[in-house]
Design a protein around this ligand. Structure first.
Ligand code: M6R
Length: 592
């Protein structure tokens, strides 16, 4: 998610230093470009690709005249990170400046129409259609506020938009849909921001405008208008968080915030459906697929193998990136090699990508626009999880899984599965609502030194990922197994001191997994079942049970059943007194 700030100051002083300070408060997320627009008789814009500090060093963003303005830090999604794609974006005449967060699904059609009407575009972003649409509506006689309202009526997708226009000096307008926005009332002036931490230094009295409302900021205050132009009276809430707490939106750690971000990560990534279809059409006949990845991304890839083989009926391999070179020669031009990576920078995956490009089509599924894999793969899909700060991958994992379901649907031509995915965000929300229950449960597990995670079929990668989450942040040894493998060795380790977490959603593998559960139960293991709500038989056979919405069957279980395991690992870690965001010896990006 990008960062937005806007402010109108009460006193006669320049807004740029304050805007710069506010936007710098979001720097910790690692954005790829930055820009400011201020008004001083006319709109002035400074923007460029790069980190906030570096861009400031070259453009002196802090030194711009004007008592009000808007600022943006970009996390590239539609369009690569370049100077031209950095916000703010302007209309044809350079009178309207706009910053935007979110994704516009119908921007290509709007852009085409505007080009037909004589508008010219400088960037490849979706955002740039917004100032041009505002301009068009203002040329038709509307004021800025109503031109913005008419513009958003034409937009499909998610947005937080902040705009200003030379013709209406002293005013900033803002609105939102499916993207956060806060209005701040401060001593020095009035603020709008995508993230409260950005403005906390200047404003602690905050209102969150609702969807459909337009906020109008001036030096006299902030007015909020509903769809019928009625002025809304709403009392600001006092924010008591420290700046650090606010960055985490009140959560104790980024990991917990990011677990809570997951419904949106899935929803937004589903918006990549048409891009995925386009890529698969461009490639043509795919006869074989090979996933290449490391760590958590490797676990997402295993789900991909099961999906592609069952939906598309074609052969699919999964290879750990560092092992790719040993089988690289077997791939040919009918093979699609898919690289899964949240960072898009992992060294082993990059080496494999360069090798794969020599023989096969390559597709990178990455979360970071402009990353090495994004640049080098033949095709790219960006997961829409937004910046992930915690070292443990959570929302990027669910974003990867969502993109992989879209891939399987595109290759197989079977759209039914993507329809089912529409409900997944609400299923995840239901799981997250059980966080307190899982927290209590974690207290009964925080003394353990080892744990087994078992699953079959689609639940096997869930077991692997649950175990990885536990070991990497809590330093408890967790091991994931295909449930059927247990009797081939690991069963020897099972006794009363070994907790066994069994992932057992309803579906084709249920009975067989239950047999495996009985095997470990007979050895006295303490069983934590993760199964369907209302399954009393399962409950009676387990010491503990986490119940999941009964509608979630095995094929979509990876997107839902993983979440309680993330929460369990998180709470065990916090209970032990460790910081889940920064596990020892690990890094977010592994470029060696
Ligand atoms: O950036 P990548 O997805 O390529 O990183 C691969 C692994 O290092 C990564 O998934 C790692 O396993 C996770 N951070 C663990 O939570």
């Amino acid at each position: 998610m990008c960062g937005i700030v806007g402010c109108v100051l009460k006193e006669n002083r320049d807004a740029a230093p304050i805007l710069f300070r506010c936007i710098s408060n979001l720097e910790y997320r690692g954005y790829d470009s930055v820009g400011l627009a201020t008004f001083d008789n006319k709109i002035n814009v400074k923007k460029a690709k790069g980190k906030i500090r570096d861009v400031n060093a070259s453009l002196n963003l802090e030194n711009m005249a004007g008592k009000y303005g808007i600022a943006h830090t970009r996390w590239a999604s539609a369009g690569r990170p370049t100077d031209e794609n950095a916000h703010p974006h302007l209309d044809e005449k350079g009178r309207v400046a706009v910053v935007h967060n979110g994704t516009l699904e119908n921007y290509s059609k709007l852009k085409e129409k505007l080009i037909g009407e004589g508008h010219t575009f400088k960037s490849t972003t979706d955002t740039e259609v917004i100032p041009h649409l505002i301009e068009k509506h203002m040329d038709e006689g509307l004021d800025l506020e109503h031109a913005l309202r008419k513009t958003v009526e034409m937009l499909k997708g998610s947005y937080a938009i902040v705009a200003m226009c030379e013709d209406e000096a002293g005013k900033i307008v803002a609105t939102r849909k499916d993207s956060p926005l806060s209005l701040g009332f401060g001593k020095e002036g009035y603020f709008v921001a995508s993230d409260t931490p950005a403005i906390l230094e200047y404003a602690r009295d905050v209102i969150r405008p609702r969807e459909g409302e337009i906020a109008v900021l001036s030096k006299n205050g902030i007015e909020i208008h509903d769809e019928n132009d009625k002025t809304i009276e709403r009392k600001p809430s006092k924010i008591t968080w420290t700046a650090d707490m606010a960055k985490k939106e009140g959560y104790d750690y980024f990991m917990l915030k990011e677990i809570n971000d997951q419904p949106l990560a899935v929803k937004n990534t589903l918006g990549q459906k048409n891009n995925m279809k386009r890529i698969i059409n461009e490639i043509g006949d795919v006869k074989r697929v090979c996933f290449v990845a490391c760590g958590t991304s490797y676990h997402a890839s295993i789900t991909g193998k099961y999906l592609i083989e069952s939906l598309a009926g074609i052969s699919c391999d999964v290879i750990i990136a560092s092992e790719f070179k040993y089988s690289a020669k077997t791939w040919d031009e009918d093979t699609l090699v898919v690289f899964i990576s949240q960072s898009g920078e992992t060294a082993d995956s990059m080496t494999a990508l360069r090798q794969a490009k020599q023989t096969s089509h390559t597709l990178a599924i990455v979360n970071v626009a402009g990353s090495a894999m994004w640049e080098e793969a033949d095709h790219v899909i960006q997961t829409q999880a937004g910046p992930e700060i915690g070292v443990a991958a959570t929302k990027t994992y669910l974003g990867q899984l969502t993109a992989i379901y879209l891939l399987a649907a595109a290759i197989s031509g079977n759209d039914k599965i993507t329809e089912e995915l529409e409900n997944v965000p609400s299923y995840i929300e239901e799981v997250i609502s059980k966080a307190d229950e899982i927290k209590e449960l974690s207290k009964r597990y925080n003394f353990v030194h080892n744990a087994f995670y078992l699953g079959r079929g689609f639940s096997y990668p869930i077991a692997l990922e649950g175990a990885l989450k536990l070991k990497e942040i809590s330093y408890v040894h967790g091991e994931g197994y295909a449930a059927g493998e247990l009797k081939h060795g690991p069963l020897a380790l099972v006794d009363e001191d070994m907790p066994v977490i069994v992932i057992i959603p309803p579906g084709a593998d249920y009975d067989k997994t239950l047999t495996n559960l009985e095997e470990v139960r007979a050895r006295g293991a303490s069983i934590l079942a993760v199964g369907s709500e209302g399954n009393d038989d399962l409950k009676s056979k387990s010491k503990e049970m986490i119940s999941i919405n009964p509608k979630v069957t095995d094929i979509i279980a990876p997107l839902v059943y993983t979440v309680p395991l993330q929460l369990l690992a998180y709470y065990v870690t916090v209970e032990k007194g460790y910081n889940p965001d920064q596990p020892r010896n690990l890094a977010k990006v592994i470029t060696v």
